[in-house]
Design a protein around this ligand. Sequence first.
Ligand SMILES: [Zn+2]
Length: 126
Amino acid sequence: MCDKCFNNEIESFPTEKDYLDFDLILTKKLANEKTVKHIQFVKTLEKQIDSRDYEVSGYNVYECIYCGQLWALRDRDNSDRGYFKKVSKQTIYNDILAFKTKKKIGCFILSILVIIVIATIFYLNK
Ligand SMILES: [Zn+2]
């Protein structure tokens, strides 16, 4: 935390205007002042809406070039009020790992279902 990046964390953006005001400040720091840079997007949830579209949620990670602080920004979106908070490398790593594990379990459950369906078809055709 320093004057070049941000001095406060934001627990949530109560209104769309709060979010847009903040977004403007962040954009300035990213594009004009170049004191903060975007690092990555960390996926925490992926939900299939239909056959083509996924609803992805997560947060963007930014790093202060001066103090090295990592910041997580979760966009304000409908029911989600978002936030802008300090984040550690460990938390980012854990979130990435947790997401991958969740995905693997999803694949595993799907495989089991496919096997059950195939076994049922096979059994009925006997
Ligand atoms: Zn800083």
